[in-house]
Design a protein around this ligand. Structure first.
Ligand code: GLV
Ligand code: GLV
Length: 321
């Protein structure tokens, strides 16, 4: 008998077909967001789940589903999964690293450039019929080229963002839990390792690409915003919660930094309504990895992990405690 799995959210039909070859599949192509109680109910008797960030896999859930053996997350981030609880219950977990590095780095640049050069703000103004003349000082913003890019979180996505900066003649500084190797620094446009404080003081554009954890919560809060340049931009590609949204809203309102670009929010899809009252913020709905090719690759990667894990092999992207 094939093992039973739950595909917790809607997914590419071709990936669902692949999964049907290996498993008894309960799918959710209507894309209902399950409550924790519904998730537990759907998972009863299942050996695996293909999950996204909307499924919280914690001790309370795992206690209710003793047959579960494997959680394959379709995301590189896995802050929705309590790894120690999985380990305690003998449940394997995997993520989808690497396949999204370049696409996410592309988007980081798109968001940073839109933020600095006020692309969405000026388009809204144009669409609202306000464009009746050209003026020397309409929509001035900071330059990207020749500026200093500060990357917090120098993993594979951070390095891919840094590599792209060579064409813009930028200086790259970074902060990370630990220094990356000199070889990787050289490939990342000769990035130099600095303290978080030095990065915030010196960067013209700050980019957040670090994983969320209780330790990285509010990496950027009032004290950090206070030492950034008033002309600086802040781009968050990583997770909501890494930025203190209330402190950011105050800083943007008082123009203590120039602008922010945010792809992620603390309680997404809900976000602080005051963001909508600000012109100097670009808001996108968690789409940094959303190219057709990459999202399909992420889905297939999650499927590969589930197929391996539930057939007695080591999943290629098994997460370790
Ligand atoms: C998306 O945010 C991911 O973690 O892949
Ligand atoms: C990026 O999305 C991460 O969670 O590392």
């Amino acid at each position: 008998m094939k093992p039973a799995i739950l595909v917790a959210r809607a997914i590419f039909p071709e990936v669902l077909s692949r999964l049907h070859q290996h498993f008894e599949v309960e799918s959710n192509q209507d894309d209902v967001i399950f409550t924790p109680a519904e998730l537990a109910q759907r998972l009863a008797g299942k050996a695996g789940i293909l999950a996204t960030g909307s499924a919280r896999i914690d001790a309370a859930l795992l206690q209710q589903v003793p047959e579960l053996k494997m959680v394959a997350n379709m995301a590189v981030g896995y802050d929705n999964i309590d790894l120690p609880a999985c380990s305690a219950h003998g449940v394997m977990a995997s993520n989808t690293p690497d396949v999204l590095n370049e696409t996410t780095a592309d988007f980081g640049w798109a968001l940073m450039m839109a933020t600095a050069r006020r692309i969405t703000e000026s388009e809204h103004w144009l669409r609202a019929g306000k464009w009746n003349k050209w003026r020397y000082d309409y929509f001035l913003g900071p330059d990207l080229h020749g500026s200093t890019l500060g990357i917090i979180g120098m993993g594979r996505i951070g390095q891919a963002i840094a590599r792209r900066s060579t064409g813009f003649n930028m200086r790259v500084i970074y902060h990370n839990r630990s220094r990356i190797t000199p070889e990787l620094e050289a490939q990342a446009n000769n990035a130099s390792y600095v303290s978080k404080e030095e990065l915030l003081r010196e960067a013209d554009h700050v980019m957040l690409v670090l994983p969320y954890s209780p330790a990285s919560r509010h990496t950027i809060a009032a004290a950090e915003l206070a030492i950034m340049k008033p002309t600086a931009t802040l781009t968050n590609l990583a997770r909501g919660g890494i930025v203190d949204d209330v402190a950011l809203i105050a800083a943007l309102r008082e123009k203590r930094i120039a602008a922010a670009g945010l792809d992620v929010f603390e309680s997404e899809p809900k976000f602080h309504p005051d963001f909508l009252t600000l012109d100097n913020v670009v808001l996108t709905p968690h789409i940094a990895s959303a190219s057709e090719k990459t999202r399909l690759a992420m889905a297939n990667c999650a499927a590969d992990n589930l197929i391996a894990g539930l057939s007695g092999q080591v999943p290629p992207n098994l997460l370790k405690l």
